[in-house]
Design a protein around this ligand. Sequence first.
Ligand code: MN
Ligand code: MN
Length: 469
Amino acid sequence: QEENTMSKKTNGQELQEKLTWKFPHIAKDAPQQMEKASKFCEGYKEFLNGGKTERECVRLAVRMLKKAGYKPFDPKASYEPGDKVYYVNREKSVIATTFGKKPLTDGLRINGAHIDSPRLDLKPNPVYEKEDIAYFKTHYYGGIRKYQWGTIPLAMHGVIVKKDGEKVEISIGEKEGDPVFCVTDLLPHLAAKQNDRKLAEGIKGEELNIVVGSVPFQDEDVKEPVKLLALQILNEMYGITEHAFYRAEIEMIPAHKAADVGFDRSMVGAYGQDDRVCAYTALLAEIETKKPARTTVTILADKEEIGSNGNTGLDSDYVLHYIEDLADQAGVKARDVLRNSLCLSSDVNAAYDPTFSDVYEARNSSYINKGCVLTKYTGARGKSGSNDASAETMAKVIGIMEEEGVYWQAGELGAVDAGGGGTIAKLVAHMNVDTVDLGVPILSMHSPFELSSKLDVYNTYKAFKAFYK
Ligand code: MN
Ligand code: MN
């Protein structure tokens, strides 16, 4: 007989198990979720590839909503539990609602994610030629590390409004065989001086110039013939002239597609996962909600990366006005609805990166494969600019997740005074709504190729489903 040493735990060990807490690694605790998570992320990767700008995300979301039976919101109509509506704000933000069984004054369940991502925007006057090379001038949007944007294939996405008001959608660099564009960088042989720059200035803002052409229009008598050829090609493709760039929003973004990462294919690598990972999971949870207890408000917002400003960002009143319309319809006051509402500000957080561990505090960081991350507060320094969710709000959301067996973890955005950041949380809280941040831990956040764990994406979706039950 073999001695069984496994089953005996000491008093101390038993007490330790009872009194202490560690978030489990999902793949160790529930390896059966791997397959489900992988399957779930096939749709997620498609969403990332199909929605690479906020406008494209809105179009994709509306297509999914319509297919699921959602109708455009009509403030004059009246709705029953289970009815589904959506509202589009200027093609760059969308709100979806499933009406709940409880009265509106019991509060809404609000889930706000954002669909804008850091990128290089074209300047209003972008096209120029220098020494027989044609370029686009850019102005970066959101927090980028500029040196990461050199020497990678870029695609051109956006919209141009023609003189007659017609809108032209541009997408070059996505289809097989399309040309791509790029920012050049120095060869190491000649980079000695550049190497002495601080990393933040490795490539400077005015050096983020994108190569768009190199051969001239065949005419000895024109100045800037390379620029002219580029314009001629654009004119043939879209019927536009240089003047049209003043009526445009053009985004230059990484051309690569979402991919599985790792031998085990456990991660998704892609551009724009901040915050389309929460947008996709929130949208699916919204669509799959049948007759929720409380009316849902799923928001896919624009402009988060530059502070949620502008009328498609959450610092605008468009969400408040939407909720006021819902309240008017139900014959109640919006303020009575808002004060009883609960909001998940759904956004990504910085996953602990073992290679750069010194900017994290290990005990209070989020880790890939430990589930969605609940972030009590963001901000900088002494929580400045943060929503700082109450204990009661934390208890509510943790309770909702644990009841449905969602894998979740808590995490701060890095160590104290290492930096900081903000989300839409404080803007929703401003409307007198209990709000807390929840999302997916991300490695290389804001880079052209961000990493997420499929298990975390799947559990974020599960958290949103539980939230809308
Ligand atoms: Mn974000
Ligand atoms: Mn961000």
